[in-house]
Design a protein around this ligand. Structure first.
Ligand SMILES: Cc1cc2nc3c(=O)[nH]c(=O)nc-3n(C[C@H](O)[C@H](O)[C@H](O)COP(=O)(O)OP(=O)(O)OC[C@H]3O[C@@H](n4cnc5c(N)ncnc54)[C@H](O)[C@@H]3O)c2cc1C
Length: 387
């Protein structure tokens, strides 16, 4: 981990982000990706070249190993400057931490190292047509046959369905000792028996989400990540960290819209005075500013706890829900107070709203975030909903 003072590190990273956002015109590219959805390889490589991929990934895996609060501040700034897209891209290695932490050296060198350079993409295939929140009900199977696993099943809603070079597939391995017995396997996406397709989305269109089917796909057993039947535990740790970091991203996006709206209603006149002179306009904006700041402090606090090794899945879940909720309300007000043009593509608020809207569903829905937090408050509950 870097020896520098976290405040100094944060200031330096924010300057790096600002520099990159200016040179690559990230705000403009963000809007462009919505109109022309495709994976932004150029920006992905630039993030890698500028050390903005793998912010929290351990140095032993080739990452920068910044403390989580420092990474959260950098992601917040990246989202403030360039919407959800580039900040989520920056987190892509973290979304594949199961590969870094549990894959073989060969797999890490072949797949994880190039991803840190922005040259290769690894997706995650968890969700299925019959099971999303309820990950214990996944049905895709990875059956052993000699030195191979044979994969069968359908994964759906997967980001980068047609763009990823490989995916971490979570499958049931019949005979694995631990319940619910999920096994993680890295699956190159060009193997025979794989079929990939996309479905148009409301937002985050550049992710080109879709369905991937596996029909008797043979994968060498050394592509397994960690132990058989243990993937659920690995995934839980990863999800806890990434939920808290995603929270910072959603707040960064909303902060941009809030500042732009505050400026706009101070200028725009109706009935002979600035919109901001109406309490129906100004009061919600006062509340939004306070809510974003409060959620931001909570998120930083949760990231600090996780960094110190005393974090909790429940508080990370609350951070994601709270940040998404505050951000969506702020973005809705931004659309509203820009009037008819706020509802159009003339302003970025509608795209930001559509993109942040995914935050209440992806990486565990807001309802499931409440379940996880409630389970920590009442640990003896038998209800085992999600995660
Ligand atoms: C932008 C985006 C990117 C995504 N990327 C990926 C990806 O890369 N890989 C991947 O595998 N998946 C991905 N997903 C899928 C995502 O993880 C699932 O959509 C999510 O886990 C919810 O599962 P589901 O869609 O099956 O909804 P369901 O589980 O069917 O839930 C539907 C609704 O019911 C609610 N609900 C379910 N159970 C309960 C309960 N016990 N109590 C209260 N409410 C409940 C949920 O909160 C939700 O509102 C992505 C989704 C989005 C939107």
């Amino acid at each position: 981990m870097s020896e520098l003072d976290p405040a100094v590190l944060t200031a330096q990273l924010v300057r790096d982000v600002d520099d990159l956002a200016g040179r690559l015109h990230l705000a403009r590219r963000y809007a462009h990706l919505d109109e022309h959805p495709r994976f932004p390889w150029e920006e992905f490589r630039s993030l890698g070249a500028h050390g903005l991929l793998g912010l929290t990934v351990g140095a032993k895996f080739g990452g920068r190993e910044f403390p989580l609060p420092v990474a959260g501040a950098a992601l917040h700034r990246l989202a403030y400057r360039g919407g959800t897209a580039f900040a989520k891209l920056a987190l892509q290695p973290e979304f594949s931490s199961v590969l870094a932490e549990h894959g073989s050296t060969t797999l890490r060198e072949t797949y994880f190292a190039p991803m840190l350079a922005g040259k290769l993409l690894v997706g995650n295939h968890i969700t299925e047509p019959g099971a999303g929140s309820d990950a214990a009900s996944l049905r895709t199977t990875a059956r052993r046959r000699g030195a191979l696993y044979v994969l069968n099943g359908t994964k759906t809603q997967a980001a980068f369905a047609v763009d990823a070079h490989a995916a971490i597939v979570y499958a049931r391995s019949p005979g694995a000792p631990d319940s619910p017995g999920l096994t993680a396997i890295l699956v190159p996406q060009d193997l025979p028996g794989i079929h990939r397709s996309t479905t148009p989305d409301l937002g985050e269109k550049w992710m080109r989400r879709g369905t991937v089917t596996y029909a008797d796909v043979e994968v060498p057993e050394d592509y397994r990540l960690g132990e058989e039947g243990r993937a659920f535990d690995y995934l839980k740790d990863e999800l806890t960290r990434e939920r808290a970091l995603l929270a910072a991203i959603y707040l960064g996006v909303a902060q941009a819209s809030w500042e732009e709206t505050v400026a706009y209603v101070g200028e725009r006149e109706a009935f002979g005075r600035a919109l901001a002179r109406n309490q129906a306009v100004s009061f919600p904006l006062v509340e939004d500013g306070a809510n974003l700041e409060a959620a931001g402090l909570f998120v930083q606090s949760v990231l600090g706890e996780l960094q110190a090794g005393r974090g909790s899945a429940g508080r990370a879940a609350v951070a994601k829900w709270m940040a998404t909720d505050a951000a969506l309300r702020t973005l809705d007000h931004a659309i509203q107070f820009h009037g008819g043009r706020g509802y159009s593509r003339e302003f970025p608020h509608e795209q930001r709203w559509r993109d942040v809207r995914s935050g209440a569903i992806a990486h565990g829905s807001s309802e499931i975030m409440h379940h996880i937090a409630a389970r920590e408050l009442w640990p003896k509950r038998t209800d085992s909903a999600a995660g």
